[in-house]
Design a protein around this ligand. Structure first.
Ligand code: KG4
Ligand code: ZN
Length: 348
């Protein structure tokens, strides 16, 4: 089954043609990083306007040399996300589904991130039940997944998502947007000297829920440390490395510790990690170390490109929805026109 999907929930617009939740036949992603770098973050109005400009050219690029007869359904991110950005993608997908007489499959953005783990991978590798960590700029959630479409919430962030913390700390430390890749790049270019132990360690936040997180205190700790160093006239490259290294360690440690605890406690067979922050090398290394040490099946998206927002993951999720929850597929024109309530539906 070939699904043409669009994802526009934040600052990237992407179309992809995906076969059976696994094979990407073609994909286009237009990033707005250059635009939002100037403001140090996403301005929703600007993001939506840019989507309106790029949605059609990106679609044409993805469909170039392809026949509409090869498209079995249209999929779209229905939420959550920035409303204006979502509406551009929804309107595009709705119009196309009506015009080309294709079924329309609304997809929850986080469910899309979950199925990014199916791309370029044999489905037999994913054995249920699974514990899933979805960690991005907007979300930081832990689910128990008994099977396709069967999610139970285990925990979430009480304030900032880890990606949001990366973005804010990068800005505090004078690095670019998005913060995660900027911090990772900085630590690669300015690593801690081999024989030097980082003198800084930020405390891990206590939370009411066993599998919840909190990152806003960590962000304040970083701000306070940077202000103290600046006040003392010692805010230099070496100290910036100490601060960023200790920050990344604190985030990764909190994510890995609670996720692996839940994985063991729930007796899950697979641990899935996904979302923008799952592109982080320290996080991947730490989960891989856990997998090796315990013989557990831990999967992160095959390519880092599949971690951050992309339409292939929405196409993959739509295939799973069509297969396991066919009642969610919109078939008639009237149904397709009444898509807007889908903006309010939740994953669990
Ligand atoms: O999944 P995504 O593209 O968008 C949302 O759904 O939010 O995730 C973007 C987030 C940003 O906060 C970005 O800083 C973070 O993921 N991110 C990373 C890395 N790459 C992206 N965080 C840490 N390390 C990375 N390599
Ligand atoms: Zn996302």
């Amino acid at each position: 089954m070939n699904i043409l999907a669009v994802e526009s929930s934040c600052d990237d617009i992407s179309w992809a043609l995906v076969k059976d939740a696994r094979e990407i036949l073609s994909m286009g992603i237009v990033s707005q990083v250059d635009i939002h770098t100037k403001t140090g973050g996403v301005v929703p109005e600007v993001a939506a306007r840019e989507h309106a400009v790029t949605i059609i050219p990106t679609l044409m690029q993805v469909m170039e040399g392809r026949d509409w007869k090869d498209v079995d359904a249209i999929a779209v991110t229905a939420g959550p996300g920035l409303l204006g950005s979502l509406l551009v993608g929804m309107t595009g997908a709705q119009t196309l589904a009506i015009l080309r007489e294709k079924p329309l499959i609304p997809v929850h953005h986080i469910e899309g991130h979950v199925y990014a783990n199916w791309l370029d991978r044999s489905p037999e590798e994913i054995v249920f039940p699974a514990v899933v960590l979805t960690v991005s700029g907007g979300h930081n959630d832990l689910y128990f997944m008994e099977g396709p479409g069967q999610f139970t919430a285990l925990g979430q962030t009480q304030d900032d998502a880890a990606g949001e913390a990366f973005d804010k700390v990068a800005r505090l430390c004078g690095l670019g947007y998005p913060g995660g890749p900027a911090i990772e790049r900085h630590l690669t270019e300015h690593p801690l000297p081999r024989d030097v132990e980082n003198p800084l360690r930020f405390p891990r936040a206590k939370t009411a829920g066993q599998y919840d997180w909190s990152f806003s205190g960590l962000k304040s700790d970083v701000r306070r440390t940077v202000e103290q160093l600046a006040h003392a006239g010692t805010w230099n490259e070496e100290h910036r490395t100490f601060v960023l290294d200790a920050f990344e360690e604190a985030v990764v440690d909190a994510l890995v510790t609670k996720t692996t605890e839940a994985f063991k406690k729930m007796g899950a067979k697979t641990l899935l990690v996904t979302g923008g922050v799952s592109a982080n090398s320290r996080l991947r290394d730490r989960f891989n170390a856990f997998a090796h040490a315990t013989g557990s099946r831990v999967l992160v998206p095959v390519k880092k490109l599949y971690c951050t927002d992309n339409a292939a993951m929405i196409g993959a999720a739509a295939y799973m929805v069509a297969t396991y929850q066919p009642e969610k597929v919109l078939h008639t024109t009237e149904e397709k026109l009444r898509l807007s309530p889908a903006l309010r539906y939740s994953l669990v």
